[in-house]
Design a protein around this ligand. Structure first.
Ligand code: FRU
Length: 489
C-alpha cells in the first residue's frame, strides 16, 4: 500500500491552514482545512465523538483528485481538524476517493466505505469506473483493504452501469451485519438506489433495487441515505439535471427526500419533497446522534456556482449547520441542532412591535446572528413583508413573504456580489392567516432560513463584505413583530 500522497496532503494542510485567519472562516459553520471541499462524508459517531469527513482537494480552491479531509467534534458545532484520512493513490482509487460513509464496528474500529475511481484507457476515449472500497482505522489513521474493491461493476444487476456506481452510505444492522445504499445509473440514463448487504463489512452483495428515478426526478441521483424516522422510512438523494416542478424543484442539481415504508426488500413511496429550497445546498448526509436524534449536514454550495471567487480565500467550502430531523404531518422538518443554543450571547428582545413601512430596530444588526421573528398581521393586515440582511448602502439579501399566496422568497438579486446564477428561490409555506415564524442563522458568508419551526428551509451563501451588516424590516400594510436576536460565538 502506498501513502506518499497522503503524507504530502497531511504536511501541506498542516502548513497552509496556518495562513488562514479565523476571520476568513465562518464563525460557527464548518469549513474545510485548506483548499477545496464538496460533499460531507463519513458523518458518524466513533468512540463517543462526532466524526466528519469531506470530499477534499487540498492543493487548490477547485475540485481535483479527491482526498478525504477529516474533523472531530463533541458538540457538532466546534470541530477540530484531524489529518486527511484518504488520498487517491492505490490501484483501486487512483483517480479519486469519492463520497462514502463511516461506521463503528463491533470490534471498535472505524470502517470507511467509499467509492474508488479508476480510469480505463480506450482508443475511443478514456473512461472511468467506480467501485466500492473500504478502509479500516482508529479514528485518525486508516488502512485501505488490500483486496479492494469490495463491490464493482461485476456485482451489479444487468443494465446497471459500472461507470456511475457511487456514494455508499453504510449502517450497522441490529444483528451485527452491515447494510448500505449506493447510487447507480440504469439503462434509461437516470439514477437508481441499490441496497447492499454484508455479513462482515468485507464481503458485499447487491440485495435489492430500492427505487429508480425513471427520468422523473432529474437524471442521475447522487449521495443516497436511507433511515427510519418517526414511523416512516426515509430515502434521501441528490438528483442532477432536474427540470423545475412548480416551486418544489428548481432547475439543475436538487436534493430530494422520499418518505415511505420499507418491508421485504421493497420501498414504497408515499411523499416526495425538496429538502432545502435555497440556492446553496447539496449532497446532505445524516447520522444518528448518541441520544438518538437523526442529524443532517450538507454541502453549503452548488456545483453551478462552485467556480465563483475561488481564490478569494485559502479554502473554498463550508457545510450547513447540522440539523435535527423529524417528520411532522407528512413533511420532513429540520431545525438547527440544539447544541447551537449554548453559543448564544447578548439577547435582544422586542415584543409587540407594531409598524408599517420600513423599520429598523436598535441592536438588531450583524452578520453573525441567530434571529427569530414571529410575525402576525396587525390592524387591517399586510400585503407583503420582508427582512433584509447583509445590508450595505443599497445592497442586501432579502427574505420576503406574501401572505395571500403563502410564498416565501429568498433573493440575492440586490446583493453587491453574486454569481451568475439563480438569484431567487421561492417556496410555499403553510398558510397561517398571515402569521409566520422565521429563524435566520446568519454567518459571515451565509444565511439559513427555517420557516415555521423548520417546515421549510432556504440556504444561501452571501458573498458581500462583512461591513454590509444592516438588518431591516418592511411591511406593506401593518404587522406586529416579536423579534429575538442573539450573537453567536
Ligand atoms: C456529489 C458528487 C458525488 C461524488 C463526489 C465527487 O457532489 O458528485 O456523487 O462522489 O461528488 O467529488
Amino acid at each position: 500500500m502506498n501513502d506518499h500522497k497522503l503524507c504530502n496532503a497531511r504536511m501541506y494542510e498542516a502548513r497552509e491552514s496556518q495562513k488562514i485567519s479565523p476571520e476568513e472562516r465562518p464563525a460557527y459553520h464548518f469549513s474545510c482545512q485548506v483548499g477545496w471541499m464538496n460533499d460531507p462524508n463519513g458523518f458518524s459517531v466513533y468512540n463517543g465523538k462526532y466524526h466528519l469527513f469531506y470530499q477534499y482537494y487540498p492543493y487548490a480552491n477547485a475540485w481535483g483528485p479527491m482526498h478525504w479531509g477529516h474533523a472531530v467534534s463533541q458538540d457538532l458545532i466546534h470541530w477540530d481538524y484531524l489529518p486527511a484520512a484518504l488520498a487517491p493513490e492505490d490501484s483501486f482509487d487512483y483517480h479519486g476517493c469519492f463520497s462514502g460513509s463511516a461506521v463503528e464496528t463491533p470490534e471498535g474500529k472505524q470502517l470507511l466505505l467509499y467509492t474508488g475511481v479508476t480510469e480505463v484507457e480506450d482508443p475511443q476515449g478514456n473512461y472511468t469506473l467506480q467501485s466500492q472500497c473500504i478502509a479500516l482505522g482508529d479514528g485518525v489513521d486508516y488502512t485501505k483493504y488490500p483486496a479492494n474493491p469490495v463491490l464493482d461493476g461485476k456485482d451489479i444487476p444487468d443494465g446497471f452501469s459500472p461507470r456511475d456506481f457511487r456514494d455508499p452510505k453504510i449502517w450497522l444492522e441490529p444483528d451485527g451485519s452491515y447494510a448500505a445504499v449506493a447510487v447507480n445509473r440504469t439503462e434509461d440514463g437516470s439514477g437508481a438506489v441499490l441496497l447492499l448487504r454484508s455479513p462482515d463489512g468485507f464481503r458485499w452483495r447487491v440485495d435489492a433495487i430500492l427505487d429508480r428515478c425513471r427520468n422523473e426526478y432529474g437524471r442521475m441521483w447522487e449521495c443516497p441515505d436511507f433511515f427510519p424516522l418517526n414511523g416512516k422510512q426515509v430515502l434521501m438523494v441528490s438528483p442532477q439535471e432536474m427540470a423545475p416542478k412548480g416551486l418544489e424543484f428548481h432547475e439543475g442539481d436538487n436534493t430530494m427526500v422520499i418518505l415511505g415504508s420499507y418491508e421485504d426488500k421493497t420501498f414504497r413511496r408515499e411523499a416526495v419533497q425538496q429538502i432545502d429550497y435555497g440556492m446553496d445546498f447539496y449532497a446532505p448526509q445524516t447520522t444518528l446522534a448518541l441520544d438518538g436524534r437523526r442529524i443532517l449536514i450538507a454541502w453549503m454550495q452548488a456545483w453551478r456556482t462552485s467556480k465563483f471567487h475561488t481564490d478569494a480565500r485559502g479554502y473554498y467550502g463550508s457545510f450547513t449547520i447540522p440539523r435535527e430531523l423529524q417528520i411532522r404531518d407528512g413533511r420532513l422538518i429540520q431545525t438547527p441542532v440544539r447544541e447551537l443554543e449554548a453559543r448564544r450571547r447578548n439577547r435582544v428582545l422586542y415584543q409587540n412591535d407594531t409598524f408599517t413601512g420600513m423599520h429598523t430596530l436598535e441592536n438588531i444588526q450583524g452578520r453573525i446572528a441567530d434571529i427569530t421573528v414571529e410575525l402576525t398581521p396587525a390592524e387591517s393586515g399586510y400585503r407583503n413583508f420582508h427582512i433584509r440582511v447583509a445590508c450595505g448602502k443599497d445592497t442586501y439579501t432579502e427574505i420576503s413573504y406574501d401572505p395571500e399566496s403563502s410564498i416565501l422568497r429568498l433573493s440575492r438579486e440586490h446583493a453587491a456580489i453574486r454569481p451568475e446564477d439563480i438569484q431567487v428561490r421561492e417556496c410555499y409555506v403553510r398558510n397561517r392567516s398571515g402569521a409566520l415564524k422565521l429563524r435566520l442563522l446568519l454567518d459571515r458568508f451565509s444565511v439559513e432560513v427555517f420557516a415555521n419551526d423548520g417546515e421549510q428551509t432556504m440556504t444561501s451563501l452571501i458573498y458581500d463584505p462583512a461591513e454590509a451588516n444592516g438588518i431591516s424590516f418592511c411591511a406593506e400594510g401593518s404587522v406586529n413583530l416579536w423579534v429575538e436576536k442573539f450573537d453567536l460565538q
